[in-house]
Design a protein around this ligand. Structure first.
Ligand code: ADP
Ligand code: ZN
Length: 733
């Protein structure tokens, strides 16, 4: 019997439906393979989701696929299941989900095992290199090739190393010192196993945690609630070693900034395997190579950021999500998903354990534990005997100091430096100053495209908008009254760096924020040096607060936490608690006890009492109580429908239509709130508004959304706006 001839294809467009095509004449096509199909005026790469006998498209309109791109399925049944799950759960078009799950080269239709151009050194190179002194570029290139050894370097890597390498390579090839080769990616072998180095003997709580996970038969969710420095990573290492011994694969998800050389080295050294990394700094073929090795099972340990949650696994044995509270695990644009939640879904489907770790777990996870759905494993003390840091408030009204730095904090910095400690100054505001204000009339420089102030970047002489990226030279005159009285107000990390440099001459001060580490790999290097202790004072943003281990660090100064006290989002206090506890956790991780000074102008705010008295547990407990009263998550389910347009009225009109449809489709258990302007009503020249759906349970929400999505796609008002559905939003922005 011939196979059913109609292909149901997912295409990367913002429409929920599948598209029907005929198989190319005489060819059979497997589910999970890519095909090239005519779509509109162009050809598109699509993925075959299903085969059918019949189509609703009339026979004479049905087009044939032009080519089959994969002789065998690219995605397995399990991978397709995950894509379909995402599409259903997040109410997102399947074609865009599939696109998000695939490395870019595959999305573009390239083969899984491409042929690649390589350049390698010949045998003659070793001795000839000394003769290249007069041609430094050639010498540089040849040295790189010699260092690489083996197959040499791929064209793509060379382009990153030396954009003009082709011109430089020519004379080398002519002299017989280098040779071009073409390899199929398949030829490349994964690194062989190394010797594993033993770690410290686990303490009792760590042993209990390991034993609990080991005892899991199939799927079970664990939350390792371990204070900073309690040895969570050690627990992961033991669990991973087990699974690798059984010949299964482990997937570890980490926050964007958590994937540092420090962590990778630790995995490599302790486990004796080369982790396959998946993160945003990889080039396209590196990314594809990792994907391929995960799929084939050659990759034993895969460590990646958010999007790695989609990587195909041949023999999954364990999934770990480190720092589960971290915001970067949630994709915030396009196809909005939570990598943490999907990790749990995958583990459940594969019937394997999943381990989430945090010193500051989200209320969602804490509630799951309280409800008995997840098992909570506490690591209450710091491993290796380090004491928890001491936290203290500095009342800015009593100790004002200058330029945002209190005398109390300054003298603490001196003391710690004299005693040989390292200091971290935490300020979650990059740039020189957050505000440029006119001293005469009080006018504040704003972004022309956003409802936001421009940040002063004094080093470049620019005002920058941190929301849309717009920049312009610093205004000399006030745009309002014309006075030449513009001055910077408040402190950003650049200014803090300047102030500290002036205060502590001769001390090494290093700023680490997204401005200072833009170059690829720079963040890793900066952290490496910070770890080695060669800077006396580290100045930085959130980037410095996450998971890092700076052995010499003894003092943390929190410069301005007050912005977080008055946040409008219902998660504000949870977030502030997480951010302070995380950064505080960098202090005193070895012999010397850490000290944390938190500057505030509102010492009487109850938040501080809770934090200093009961730590994150208490903050979480208070927040849990408030959320229950107010029916916010985790006691309710939310979805946010966002719309933006050049005209405010278009965005609102679309959401009004959405609201009517939602109310029609809704059951009693659903509340529809809005539409209202987004907290930042204008951004990058577009007006933004939102509609919030709040439900007691998931079914009510999903029932409503599934009807809503299809109707909105067809709605005439939808043409004037960009819109999206965000299920389980983490920010109501
Ligand atoms: P976390 O992941 O919770 O921040 P780590 O696993 O990185 O903690 O451990 C923090 C520090 O304590 C590391 O230097 C680690 O080597 C050390 N450590 C962890 N467990 C133990 C232990 N049982 N005995 C001694 N040192 C330990
Ligand atoms: Zn802007």
């Amino acid at each position: 019997m011939p196979p059913p001839p109609i292909l149901q294809v997912a295409i990367n467009v913002p429409l929920s439906r599948r598209f029907d095509y005929l198989a190319p004449a005489g060819q059979s096509v497997a589910i999970g393979s890519r095909v090239l199909v005519p779509f509109g005026r162009r050809d598109q790469v699509g993925l075959v989701l299903g085969l059918a006998d019949r189509s609703e498209v009339p026979g004479n309109k049905l087009k044939a696929a032009k080519a089959v791109l994969d002789p065998t399925p690219l995605l397995s049944k399990e991978d397709l299941w995950l894509c379909q799950f995402c599409s259903d759960y997040y109410h997102h078009p399947i074609g865009e989900v599939v696109a998000a799950a695939l490395p870019k080269l595959l999305r573009m239709g390239k083969p899984v095992y491409p042929e690649m151009d390589f350049l390698r050194a010949t045998e003659a190179a070793e001795t000839a290199i000394a003769g290249l002194r007069r041609a430094p570029k050639q010498a540089e290139l040849l040295t790189a090739l010699l260092d690489a050894g083996g197959d040499g370097l791929s064209a793509e890597t060379l382009t990153e190393l030396m954009p003009a390498w082709r011109r430089v390579a020519k004379p080398l090839i002519e002299k017989g010192l280098a040779r071009r080769e073409r390899y199929t990616a398949e030829d490349r072998q994964p690194a062989r196993d190394l010797e594993a180095v033993a770690g410290p003997a686990l303490n009792e709580q760590q042993l209990d945690a390991v034993a609990a996970v080991r005892a899991a038969k199939g799927f079970e969710s664990f939350l390792i609630n371990g204070v900073t420095g309690s040895g969570k990573t050690e627990v992961y290492l033991h669990l991973i070693a087990d699974v690798l011994d059984r010949g299964q694969q482990v997937l570890v998800l980490v926050p964007e900034i958590g994937l540092t050389p420090q962590l990778v080295n630790r995995f490599r050294r302790r486990l004796g395997v080369e982790p396959v990394l998946m993160h945003s700094a990889l080039n396209d073929s590196e990314r594809l190579a990792g994907w391929r090795m995960a799929r084939s099972g050659d990759a034993k340990l895969i460590v990646g950021t958010r999007s790695a949650v989609f990587v195909p696994l041949q023999r999954p044995g364990l999934i770990i999500v480190d720092e589960e509270h971290d915001g970067s695990l949630k994709q915030q644009e396009g196809f909005r998903y939570s990598a943490r939640d999907l990790a749990i879904v995958r583990a459940s489907r594969a019937d394997i354990p999943v381990v989430l770790g945090s010193a500051t777990p989200t209320l969602e996870m804490l509630k799951h534990c309280a409800d008995g759905r997840y098992k909570r494993l506490d690591l209450a003390v710091r491993a290796g005997g380090a004491e928890p840091p001491s936290l203290r408030l500095v009342d800015l009204s009593r100790s004002p100091g200058q330029d945002g730095l209190s005398d109390v904090l300054l003298s603490a910095v001196s003391r710690h430096l004299v005693e040989g400690g390292q200091v971290l100054m935490f300020l979650n505001r990059r740039g020189f100053a957050p505000t440029l204000i006119c001293g005469d009339c009080g006018h504040i420089a704003e972004c022309r495209r956003c409802d936001a102030r421009m940040t002063v970047h004094a080093r470049e002489g620019l005002l920058r908008c941190h929301h849309c990226g717009a920049s312009r030279p610093i205004d000399r005159q006030c745009n309002d009254c014309g006075a030449e009285a513009m001055r910077a107000l408040g402190e950003g990390t650049q200014k803090l760096e300047d102030i500290l440099t002036a205060q502590f001459p001769g001390r090494e001060i290093r700023r680490i924020d997204s401005d200072s580490v833009q170059r690829k790999g720079a963040i890793g290097e900066a952290l490496e040096r910070a770890t080695a202790g060669d800077a006396d004072i580290l100045v930085g943003t959130q980037m410095l607060s996450k998971g890092h281990h700076f052995p010499k660090l003894t003092l943390v100064g929190v410069i301005n936490a007050d912005q977080g006290l008055f946040g409008t989002d219902f998660r504000s206090s949870e977030r502030l608690g997480q951010s302070i506890v995380q950064v505080a956790g960098r202090a005193g991780r070895e012999e010397r006890r850490g000290e944390v000074l938190i500057q505030t102008a509102f010492p009487e705010n109850p938040f501080w009492d809770q934090l200093l008295d009961g730590g994150y547990d208490r903050i979480a407990a208070e927040a849990m109580h408030e959320r229950e009263q107010a029916h916010w998550p985790p006691f309710a389910r939310l979805a946010l429908i966002r719309a933006s347009a050049h005209r405010q009225s278009d965005a609102l009109r679309f959401l009004e239509a959405a609201k009517r449809l939602a109310v029609e489709a809704a059951e009693e258990r659903l509340r529809v709130l809005g539409p209202v302007d987004a907290p930042m009503a204008k951004r990058a020249g577009r007006f933004r508004a939102q509609l919030l759906l709040q439900a007691h349970d998931r079914q009510a929400l999903h029932h409503c959304l599934s009807q809503l999505r299809l109707r909105l796609e067809a709605h005439p008002e939808a043409r004037k706006v960009r819109w999206s559905i965000d299920v389980d939003p983490v920010e109501l922005l």
